[in-house]
Design a protein around this ligand. Structure first.
Ligand code: M6R
Length: 490
């Protein structure tokens, strides 16, 4: 604040900061930046009548938007005030080594595995004596539970890899093994998911599934739609959580709403769950972080067991989500009588082989580097896929944008002729997922059309598929597996 007495760490956006700023300017506050964060410090100072925590609580009641806040008063250096709204915030508890505040579990792990996840509209005082929590609206004290995180500090280290994303890509085989865990009985052709809160009666009573998520988790959900419709024979809708939460979706007690999230803290997905519950739907979370806010909101949880994902670009969690959807679709398929035990047995067998196949693929780093160096100077890419690999194209384009800062679009290949083909020329390469599957011929002909526009094509193709080589300029070969499982490999 203008006296340098209140220090603020803020994650999020204060939406009404201009209104607050106007009020504070009128009462003589001077600002040294244009940020929304600075008004938080001034607002607390404005409310301070000698009780700093009361001032903090009064300020919180005025803030609109999203925040995870950690506040320190210069003259009270042994206390940190914390609060959250629409942004994750955790307090790590130790007996003798201090307390810790962060927005994610991973940075806590070197200090403590005992954490408290704050809920919406909670504020706390963190000190050497531990944590005290209060409701922001009423000011009443709140009791809370300390969660024990199962992850260890080594899991949150780079372990010799150049960066976390590379480490996490290499963890994928083990992550897939962990997600499968003891959830299958190959002998009986059964999936063992009784702990997710969907028994046979509920599975049979479902008349619709709605999947909701953001970003990569949404694309995993899109693969889930194909799988659930096929094996479960249930109509499935999918919606971005940021759209779903502001619509008036039609849901009832026979709708299953599946929320997908690595962190379990994404604000739009949390709000989507609240809405689904209000409307009486049964909710299931496909989630990575145990104890996260989402796990406490949903009726049942299917943990993906991917371990801490520290790289911002999701890789191993996406894989684990795909496996979770695979298991869930087979589970519902069996309960609803739409999937034969024999077919389930086959799929379990093939699923268990995938980690090994990926280990082999990860040895092809040299080839991937060679191809990357051929394509690195293009500024636009089109990723094409069809059917269950349409989401693969979307996720591929997202990864390229996020990591290489190169513009990329993902498209369902059948849509090309309806407009986007106009964009293709020698400066816009196509990455096409054209592995063998029910729509193989279709995508090959889509790629032929694209090539007539002189663009370069990089095909993701099935190993030893000589025939398709005529239609691509470069190829990355992947093992031949059941098309239903191909998004995991592609
Ligand atoms: O933690 P969540 O899975 O809810 O996060 C959702 C998205 O923000 C996330 O998947 C994002 O798109 C990826 N990190 C992109 O790689």
């Amino acid at each position: 604040d203008h006296e340098g007495r209140v220090v603020v760490v803020h994650n999020g956006i204060i939406e009404n900061y201009l209104d607050i700023k106007e009020k504070l300017l009128a009462s003589g506050h001077e600002f040294s930046s244009e940020t929304d964060t600075e008004i938080v410090a001034h607002l607390i100072a404005y409310h301070d009548r000698g009780n700093p925590f009361e001032a903090f609580m009064s300020a919180l009641r005025e803030l609109k938007g999203a925040y995870a806040l950690a506040i320190l008063f210069r003259d009270q250096p042994d206390q940190i005030f914390v609060a959250r709204k629409n942004c994750p915030l955790l307090v790590g508890i130790t007996e003798n080594e201090g307390q810790f505040v962060a927005s994610d579990v991973a940075p806590m792990l070197s200090y403590t595995r005992d954490v408290v996840f704050l809920d919406e509209n909670q504020a706390g005082i963190v000190s050497n004596e531990g944590l005290k929590l209060f409701c922001v609206n009423t000011g009443e004290p709140i009791s809370f539970q300390i969660e024990r995180v199962e992850w260890n500090p080594v899991m949150a280290e780079k372990q010799g890899y150049k960066h976390f994303m590379m480490k996490e890509i290499h963890e994928q085989p083990d992550v897939i093994r962990n997600t499968i865990g003891t959830r299958t009985s190959e002998e009986q052709g059964e999936i063992l998911l009784e702990d997710i809160g969907i028994d046979s009666a509920r599975a049979r009573s479902l008349n619709r599934i709605v999947i909701t998520a953001c970003g990569t988790a949404y694309y995993a959900g899109l693969v889930g739609k194909y799988l659930l419709e096929k094996a479960g024979q249930i109509p499935v809708d999918i919606d971005l959580a940021s759209e779903f939460r502001y619509r008036d979706p039609i849901l009832d007690e026979n709708t299953l709403v599946i929320a997908v999230s690595q962190s379990g803290e994404t604000a739009d997905t949390l709000a989507a769950i609240d809405l689904a519950k209000q409307k009486g739907a049964h909710t299931l979370g496909i989630i990575n972080v145990k104890g996260s806010t989402m796990t406490r909101k949903v009726n049942g949880t299917l943990y993906i067991h991917a371990g801490p994902e520290i790289g911002v670009a999701s890789t191993k969690a996406y894989m684990a989500m795909l496996v979770a959807f695979q298991l869930l679709s087979m589970y519902l398929g069996r309960l609803r009588g739409n999937l034969e035990a024999e077919r389930c047995r086959e799929l379990i067998h093939d699923l268990k082989v995938i980690p090994q196949l990926i280990e082999e693929m990860l040895k092809e780093k040299k080839l991937v580097e060679e191809i990357a160096s051929k394509y690195m100077n293009f500024s636009n890419f089109l990723f094409l896929g069809r059917d269950i690999n349409y989401p693969t194209a979307l996720e591929g384009a997202l990864k390229l944008k996020e990591i290489s800062y190169i513009h990329a679009e993902g498209y369902a290949a059948g849509e090309m002729k309806h407009g986007p083909i106009a964009l293709l020329d020698k400066d816009c390469p196509v990455v096409a997922v054209m592995t063998r599957g029910p729509l193989y011929e279709k995508i090959v002909s889509n790629v032929q059309e694209s090539r007539s526009r002189d663009c370069r094509v990089l095909g993701i193709i099935t190993k030893n598929d000589r025939q398709v080589l005529h239609h691509v300029d470069d190829a990355l070969e992947v093992p031949d597996i059941d098309p239903v499982l191909s998004p995991l490999i592609n």
